[in-house]
Design a protein around this ligand. Structure first.
Ligand SMILES: Cc1ncc(COP(=O)(O)O)c(C=O)c1O
Length: 331
C-alpha cells in the first residue's frame, strides 16, 4: 500500500502529538568512514522531552489510549536506568495522568538522572527488590502479565503500559516512523538500504517490520539485541508485527526466519553492561557531536559496523542507523 493509505489506517488509532514525529534524516560521516558505505542517520534521539528517544513515538499511542479509557493513572516498569520509565513519567504529566513506575530493585541511596527526572515529574516510584531474582529470564509476555497483576494488586484501577511500551499499540509509533523513514529514503534516492537499530523489548523493530512490509519498502531493518533478556524473543517479535498488521486491517504473517534480529552477538556481558568493542565508538561519536549511550545505541552501532564489515547485512547498498536516543546513566 502507499504511504497515504497506511497513514489513513493508522489514523483509526488514537494518538496524542507529544513530539514523536518528523525527526531529521542526515548523512552520517562516522558510519560512512567505519563501514565504507554511504551512510545516514535517523535522529529519533531528538524526539520528545530531552533526553528523549524512541519511547516518545510509542507513548503517543499508549497515553492516548489511557486517556480514551478515562484512566487517571498509568503504571509501567523497567530497569533503574530505563529511558521508558523516565519518558512515561514526563509525558504522562504533560497529559494530566499520574505515573506509577515499578522497579524490581532496591531503592538507590542516590538517584541516577533518569530516576531524578521521573521523580521531579511527580511520578510515584515503587521499589520492589524482593521480585528481582524471582524473575529470571522469562518470556516478555509473562513478565508483563505478572507485573500487570502486581500493579493491579497495588494500585487498583489503572492503565498498564508493558515494559518498554511493548505491544501492538505502542508499536504503531514505529509504523508511523516507517512511513517517515521510507519517504526520507526515497527523497534521498537511497534504494535498497539496511536500517540498523537497537532492540530491547522489540516493539520498535516489530513496528518497523510491519510498516516497511505494508509499504513494500526496499528498506531492510536489522535489529541488534542489546540485552539478551527474553526467552522466545524472535517469536514475540514476529507475533507483535502480525498483531500490528492485523490492527491496521491487513493481516500479514511473519515467519521466525523473517525476523531480522541479531541475538547474543552484541549483548556483551549483559543488559546495561557496555560492549567492550563499542567503547572507542562512543568517544568518536562524541567528538562528532553525537551522543551514544552504552546500553543501547553504542552496542547497536558497533553491531551494524561489524555486520557490514563481515558482509552480513542483507543489501550492499547504503546504511541507515536509527538513533533511538537514551542517556548515559548507569545504576
Ligand atoms: C534508547 C533506546 N534505544 C532502543 C530501545 C529498544 O527499543 P525496544 O524496546 O522497542 O526494542 C530502548 C528501549 O528499550 C531505548 O531506551
Amino acid at each position: 500500500m502507499d504511504a497515504t493509505t497506511l497513514l489513513r489506517a493508522l489514523a483509526a488509532h488514537p494518538r496524542l502529538a507529544l513530539g514523536g514525529t518528523d525527526s531529521p534524516f542526515e548523512p552520517f560521516p562516522l558510519l560512512e568512514e567505519l563501514s565504507r558505505r554511504p551512510a545516514w542517520i535517523k535522529r529519533d534521539d531528538t524526539l520528545g522531552p530531552a533526553p528523549g528517544g524512541n519511547k516518545t513515538r510509542k507513548l503517543e499511542y499508549l497515553l492516548a489510549e489511557a486517556r480514551r479509557r478515562g484512566a487517571r493513572r498509568v503504571a509501567t516498569f523497567g530497569a533503574l536506568t530505563s529511558n521508558h520509565t523516565r519518558l512515561t513519567a514526563v509525558l504522562a504529566r504533560e497529559v494530566g495522568l499520574e505515573a506509577h513506575l515499578f522497579f524490581f530493585d532496591r531503592r538507590p541511596a542516590e538517584f541516577n538522572s533518569s530516576l531524578a527526572i521521573a521523580a521531579e515529574a511527580g511520578a510515584r516510584l515503587h521499589f520492589l527488590p524482593a521480585f528481582r531474582n524471582a524473575r529470571g529470564r522469562m518470556r516478555l509476555e509473562t513478565s508483563n502479565r505478572l507485573t500487570h497483576a502486581l500493579c493491579l494488586a497495588r494500585l487498583g484501577r489503572h492503565y498498564f503500559i508493558p515494559a518498554g511500551g511493548h505491544g501492538w499499540r505502542g508499536a504503531m509509533g514505529y509504523v508511523r516512523a516507517a512511513v517517515e523513514i521510507h519517504r526520507q529514503a526515497v527523497a534521498a534516492r537511497l534504494g535498497p538500504a539496511c536500517l540498523g537499530l537497537a532492540v530491547g523489548t522489540g516493539g520498535t523493530l516489530a513496528g518497523l517490520m510491519a510498516g516497511l512490509r505494508l509499504l513494500d519498502s526496499p528498506l531492510q531493518p536489522v535489529g541488534i539485541d542489546i540485552g539478551g533478556l527474553w526467552r522466545g524473543f524472535r517469536r514475540s517479535i514476529a507475533t507483535l508485527a502480525e498483531e500490528v498488521c492485523h490492527h491496521l486491517g491487513t493481516p500479514t504473517s511473519f515467519a521466525l526466519e523473517e525476523v531480522p534480529l541479531i541475538e547474543k552477538r552484541y549483548v556483551g556481558p549483559g543488559y546495561g553492561e557496555p560492549l567492550p568493542e563499542a567503547a572507542g565508538l562512543e568517544a568518536r561519536a562524541s567528538a562528532a557531536g553525537l551522543s551514544l549511550d552504552p546500553v543501547y545505541t553504542a552496542k547497536a552501532l558497533a553491531g551494524l559496523v561489524d555486520l557490514t564489515r563481515r558482509g552480513r547485512v542483507a543489501s550492499d547498498g547504503p546504511l541507515i542507523f536509527l538513533h533511538t536516543g537514551g542517556t548515559a546513566t548507569r545504576s
